[in-house]
Design a protein around this ligand. Structure first.
Ligand code: HMG
Ligand code: MG
Length: 337
């Protein structure tokens, strides 16, 4: 039933790779995205239009966006949405200029699950939807480290970015709030009321979704509940919320269960458990997509994702490409690796 559908946002190609020291070839990133697109994942965060001085690994995001917009490059069993980070107008303008060259190659609104007839059918030839993501912070220290500005200043930038994204290509806008369940500089007790007020501001500016980032993975089940209760009291609807758990302390699936009880149905994950934030010392990857699919399907939820196919990709990208261990216990178990 529709109630059992969960949307997974695959962030491996962006959050998963942004922290890698060694430059990963463009062809490898594109292969990763193309393989993920064939697994039934509907939403893929594919790159980031940030300063290359700050995050050099993401500096070929323009080429990735160009590739996605070339007809027939990407095949998928479901309609796809691709998301790109843009922290300021400069990042948005870089993306917009590329989109302007391919005005008929994408749609701005992602297909809604209710009206999506091709789910679970063999192949989809619909144009991809494009989305941009802005990223605020729940603490001043993290805002300074990640964006080099205060929360208030970042919000006024984001207001302009949202307005421009809507005005130019009517793009859907996802708005992250980082460090909502713990800050590397201010500790575990981040004020949930502060998160609620930032989320309210972002929604009022026109953001389409709030992605709550447990950047450090310090979040626990009780504190996840406290945060989501606080957001609900502030009038923020569960359908406007996505959860973005890093799994540093192994609490991501427990916290996911809490979020499911609060009616949240959108979750971020990263193939092979790739990732980490360059401005969050010691933080490890996002919860692995393989672990999420296994867990959600065990609850009778429908992710639409082929677990075996994702496990193969996780093994390939972690062990073969990056030469490090596969961080998904489910992936390793499924593969007998
Ligand atoms: P700044 O240094 O204060 O900015 O950085 P600036 O405006 O003074 O610009 C400095 C230089 O960067 C200039 O170049 C600009 O042109 C250039 P120069 O004149 O020196 O040659 N520049 C850009 N270049 C390309 N694209 C742009 C751009 N903007 C400026 N968009 C800035 C401010 C926001 C740019 C910087 O702090 C930045 O790029 N930060 C991004 C940090 C980042 O990417 N962090 C990781 C992503 S967030 C994350 O991982 C968390 C998340 O996963 C959720 C969670 O886990 O919680 C989303
Ligand atoms: Mg993250």
């Amino acid at each position: 039933s529709l109630d059992n559908r969960v949307k997974l946002v695959e962030v491996g190609p962006r959050d998963g790779l942004q922290n890698e020291k060694k430059a990963i070839p463009l062809a490898t990133k594109i292969e990763l995205i193309e393989r993920l697109a064939r697994t039934g994942l509907s939403t893929i965060e594919a790159g980031s239009f940030v300063s290359p001085k700050w995050v050099p690994q993401m500096n070929n995001s323009s080429e990735i966006l160009e590739h996605i917009l070339q007809r027939d490059n990407i095949t998928s069993p479901v309609p796809l949405t691709f998301s790109f980070l843009a922290p300021n107008l400069k990042g948005l303008q870089t993306a917009s200029a590329i989109l302007a060259q391919h005005p008929t190659a994408f749609t701005s609104s992602p297909p809604s699950p209710e009206t999506n007839p091709s789910r679970n059918k063999a192949s989809s030839s619909t144009k991809p939807a494009l989305e941009i993501a802005i990223f605020a912070s729940a603490t001043e220290s993290f805002s300074q480290r990640n964006l080099n500005c205060s929360i208030a200043s970042s919000l006024s930038t984001f207001s302009a970015v949202i307005a421009a994204a809507k005005a130019t290509h009517n793009l859907r806008v996802r708005a992250y709030i980082s460090v909502v369940l713990g800050c590397p500089f201010e500790g575990a007790h981040v004020n949930p009321h502060r998160v609620a007020s930032i989320a309210t501001e972002l929604l009022e500016m026109g953001a389409d979704e709030i992605a709550l980032g447990d950047t450090t993975g310090m979040g626990t089940a009780p504190r996840t509940k406290e945060l989501l209760d606080c957001l609900a009291s502030a009038g923020i609807r569960s359908e406007d919320i996505a959860m973005h758990f890093h799994d540093t302390y192994g609490q991501a699936l427990v916290n996911t269960a809490v979020a499911l009880e609060h009616g949240i149905r959108t979750f971020d994950s990263s193939v092979g458990g790739l990732g980490g934030c360059p401005y969050s010392p010691g933080a490890t990857g996002n919860v692995a997509t393989e672990n999420m699919v296994y867990f959600l399907e065990s609850l009778g939820m429908d992710t639409g994702v082929d677990l075996d196919a994702v496990a193969d990709i996780g093994q390939w990208i972690t062990e073969e490409v990056l030469g490090k261990g596969n961080d998904s216990c489910v992936g390793r178990a499924v593969l007998g690796a």
